[in-house]
Design a protein around this ligand. Structure first.
Ligand SMILES: [Zn+2]
Length: 346
């Protein structure tokens, strides 16, 4: 198969994404524009300094970037602006559907705005992206493990915000220091109310953390989950129960879960028959985008055009869209991929 054409296919094909953080997806240029309109001085002077500041160094630096980004948000219209920018980034990469994680409590604390105001503003940007760009997304509101005292609030907000496009409760932050059992009650509340559960697990901690996400939090998808590779029984459980994994290859390498693509287990998870999806996590912070991850599937993991298509369809299947919408989009994706393969002679 022609490598150049395959890379072009990877970039142009229709995609869906299930693991991306809105704050972490905000591009340096957007941050600069926000800082300018709000009169905020950033810890760098020019475009190059901005790029360097954004490039991930270690986890503390990651948090610093995250807080700097959130710290530039002041008004409701800033939220509409970042949602708009996010929509444009999706359109550029032909990402047609996404489930986007947003850490509502951190944003409320930093801006002092109530969640309703923030979400309404975000949804104004989301609505525009849907109408003008054909890009649709729904929200995952996540609890930060590092702030377990906020979990009740976050869960209540997520439940109340369902009519405004919140489909799931997430769980991010330090997996090692704040294990799943601390969040069991909140996830039980979400489950009782029929809100989906998508905790991060099996990224910085091993298989036990994934078992706990399944057994204690009743996770329907696992954020990352790559370290199930260390436990054959867990892999078999995930395979049998068709639990999707939100795999973010470059994120795992930048955050030093694996040294390089050669050591990353994505291909082995795929070959073992797990329901694998591929995602970007915090794209500009890792110097990537989703197109880059799909290209990496070709370059580093030897995926064919048919396999790339299946990865994208897996994301639709693993999404929380309703069944008729999934089918409609999957048919569209198949048709577009077929046309693209014909054009590129793949
Ligand atoms: Zn994440």
């Amino acid at each position: 198969m022609d490598h150049t054409s395959l890379l072009e296919f990877a970039r142009r094909m229709p995609k869906a994404e299930l693991h991306v953080h809105l704050e972490g997806a905000t591009r340096p240029e957007t941050l600069l524009a926000l800082a300018q309109r709000n009169g905020i001085t950033l810890p760098f002077q020019d475009a190059q300094g901005l790029e360097d500041f954004y490039r991930f160094r270690d986890f503390d630096h990651f948090i610093e970037v995250y807080l700097t980004t959130t710290g530039c948000l002041r008004t409701a219209s800033d939220y509409t602006f970042i949602a708009n920018e996010f929509g444009k980034e999706c359109a550029r990469q032909n990402i047609r559907y996404a489930e986007v994680t947003f850490t509502i409590k951190t944003n409320m604390r930093i801006t002092g705005l109530p969640w309703q105001t923030i979400l309404e503003a975000l949804n104004a940007g989301r609505a525009l992206a849907r109408v003008e760009l054909g890009v649709h997304w729904q929200w995952v509101f996540d609890i930060s493990r590092n702030n377990p005292e906020q979990q009740e609030d976050v869960t209540s907000i997520a439940l109340q915000a369902r009519p405004q496009g919140v489909v799931a409760l997430g769980l991010g932050g330090s997996e090692a220091d704040y294990p799943a059992h601390l969040f069991q009650e909140s996830f039980a509340r979400a489950r009782q109310a029929g809100l989906y559960r998508v905790p991060h697990a099996g990224e910085h901690c091993g298989p036990q953390s994934i078992w706990d996400a399944l057994n204690l939090l009743h996770a329907e998808r696992i954020g990352h989950g790559v370290r199930c590779i260390e436990d054959p029984a867990l892999m078999e459980t995930l395979r049998q129960r068709r639990i999707p994994l939100e795999v973010c290859p470059s994120s795992n390498i930048r955050l030093k879960v694996y040294n390089d693509y050669a050591q990353h287990p994505l291909r082995r998870l795929w070959d073992a028959g797990l329901l694998v999806t591929v995602n970007s996590d915090d794209p500009p912070m890792f110097g990537i985008d989703l197109n880059h991850e799909y290209e990496a599937l070709v370059t580093h993991f030897g995926f064919s055009a048919a396999e790339l298509e299946q990865i994208s369809l897996n994301a639709l299947q693993a999404s929380f869209l309703d069944e008729s919408e999934k089918e409609r989009m999957a048919a569209e994706f198949r048709q577009e991929c077929a046309a693209l393969r014909k054009e590129l002679l793949l």
